[in-house]
Design a binder for this molecule. Structure first.
Ligand code: ZN
Length: 215
């Protein structure tokens, strides 16, 4: 059976990572999340992981080509499975070109791109209100999921912190980079009618339901 290929894209803070994990579980898809893939390879000290770590240790970005090789190894391992769900790759047209070249080698192509649409203002609201417990890593939202007492973790009673990634300037920058690199990707898949836009400004369960009904 030919594996189907799905790509999940959406701005930072859209809850993409969680959705990807749940959808992959529900549909029995192989989840290819570049973040997880990197961590796994580094932990297992694979040849690719060791090379990747040398970049990370220097505080540099892991080259796309290296990530692509990890993805390829993963596809090879899981070929014949029901489907693959990509999270975090491709992020731009260049990465997409790499991916489609790779897929071609396996006689595969992208079936559908699910685009979780969340407006910038909503992202700001979500991320600037996010707090995390430095000890147990539990995530709170000061409006929708606040801690019981002030800004203290319910379980550990320590002060919650704002992740560096969630600071206003950083969010602004991340959104800028996202729009600049992802919009051309969205346009590209729109032209071939392979994109489905999902309104991401609803509860995670509702978003999940709509994604499921579209794949
Ligand atoms: Zn805690």
């Amino acid at each position: 059976m030919k594996s189907r290929i799905f790509i999940l894209i959406g701005p930072p803070g859209a809850g993409k990572g969680t959705q990807a994990k749940n959808i992959a579980n529900l549909k029995d898809f192989v989840l290819i999340s570049t973040g997880d893939l990197l961590r796994e390879n580094v932990e297992k000290k694979t040849e690719l992981g060791i090379t990747a770590k040398s970049y990370m240790d220097k505080g540099e970005l892991v080259p796309t080509e290296l990530v692509a090789r990890m993805i390829k190894a993963n596809i090879k391992q899981n070929i014949g499975r029901n489907g693959f769900l990509f999270d975090g790759f491709p992020r731009d047209l260049a990465q997409n070109a790499l991916l489609s070249e790779m897929l071609k080698e396996f006689n595969l192509d992208v079936d559908k791109v699910i685009y979780i649409d969340v407006k910038d203002e909503a992202i700001h609201e979500r991320l600037t209100n996010r707090r995390i417990c430095p000890k147990c890593k539990k995530v709170y939202h000061m409006k929708y999921n606040p801690p019981k007492h002030g800004e203290l973790c319910d379980d550990c009673n320590v002060s919650l912190i704002i992740r560096d990634d969630d600071k206003i300037d950083v969010i602004k920058k991340r959104l800028e980079v996202y729009h600049k690199s992802t919009q051309p990707l969205v346009d590209y898949f729109e032209k071939s009618g392979r994109i489905t836009k999902i309104n991401g400004e609803r509860t995670p369960k509702e978003v999940e339901g709509e994604i499921i009904s579209n794949i």
